[in-house]
Design a protein. Structure first.
Ligand SMILES: Nc1ncnc2c1ncn2[C@@H]1O[C@H](COP(=O)(O)OP(=O)(O)OP(=O)(O)O)[C@@H](O)[C@H]1O
Ligand SMILES: [Mg+2]
Length: 277
């Protein structure tokens, strides 16, 4: 009989590219692990995922292998066979790599995401990094998420148009307001577009602002070490830690609770993307 416990599912999503989704997902996972939570980070950027590159991990098994194993009864699924361990000092967390071949990515089914969330429910937290597209698969991820971090960078008008389309689309799913957290990355970088103008366009104030620190972000990726695990703290690493603390602080009204997702978009997306019944 499967364990009925549920993980808290934190997803980083955006409809803009190159804005720090992967960087943030990795740091959320690392910070949760640093705080002694058990964490599994899944790279769902199935075609061009960067999680393993950023963490200097060499995939041996991937989500493609896990999907095949999930065809068998769940009791036979051994999660550790499909996960890579990232370790730094006393902190460690697990990573599921995207398919190694581009063609394999087309075969990853949305139902695999639901099965994985069940099969990995012994983790305190599951963190998803995602690509910038709405697809049956990414919509399933959003549906099973406890919190969706919708990440923005206010630097480029076409990107803001895409963010607006994405944010409006998310609201059509009628999730609880608390489920979607609008986060601005590189908030203090020099830019021609005002934060307040972006908030007006999106119709919501930013829940949190992460500072710009190109050197620190680049250094952390070059070293394969999440910024929150580096010894020397920076304004950016402190902000990343504070964001995670907000997400898990149980004294806060904005804190997450480990509950089953209630959103009901899966039937809605079937109509749009022709999902399987
Ligand atoms: N707060 C920040 N300050 C400065 N640079 C940052 C910050 N956050 C992320 N970056 C840098 O932005 C670049 C893009 O980050 P990342 O790969 O995480 O973006 P992404 O949204 O996942 O991109 P893609 O759409 O290709 O998946 C990286 O070089 C990273 O170092
Ligand atoms: Mg990415």
């Amino acid at each position: 009989m499967a364990d009925m416990r549920s993980s808290i599912v934190l997803t980083v999503f955006s409809t803009a590219s190159g804005i720090g989704k992967t960087f943030l997902a990795i740091n959320i996972a690392a910070e949760l692990a640093r705080l002694n939570h058990s964490v599994c980070l899944l790279d769902l950027d199935l075609q061009f995922g960067d999680v393993c590159n950023y963490l200097r991990l060499t995939p041996t098994r991937t989500i493609f292998d896990a999907q095949a194993a999930l065809e068998r009864p769940l009791e036979k699924f051994r999660a550790e066979d499909f996960l890579l361990t990232y370790a730094r000092g006393r902190t460690s967390f697990q990573v599921m790599a995207p398919p190694s071949a581009l063609l394999e990515s087309y075969n990853i089914q949305a139902t695999t995401i639901e099965r994985l969330v069940t099969a990995l429910n012994h983790f305190d937290f599951i963190v998803f990094d995602t690509p910038k597209i709405f697809s049956e698969l990414s919509l399933t991820v959003l549906d099973v998420s406890t919190i969706i971090t919708f990440l923005c960078v206010a630097d480029f008008v076409p990107a803001i148009k895409n963010l607006k389309t994405g944010f409006d689309t998310l609201h059509r799913f009628n999730y609880e307001d608390n489920k979607i957290r609008l986060v601005q990355n590189r908030s203090d970088s020099q830019k021609l577009i005002l934060t307040t103008d972006v908030e007006t366009v999106l119709g919501r104030q930013f829940y949190y602002n992460l500072p710009n620190d190109f050197a620190a972000a680049r250094r952390s990726i070059e070293r394969g070490c999440p910024l929150v695990l580096e010894e020397n703290s920076t304004a950016l690493s402190e902000s990343l830690r504070e964001l995670v603390a907000r997400y898990i602080n149980r004294n806060s009204s904005a804190a997450v609770e480990p509950e089953r997702p209630t959103g009901g978009i899966f039937s809605w997306i079937k109509g749009i993307f022709g999902g399987r019944s």
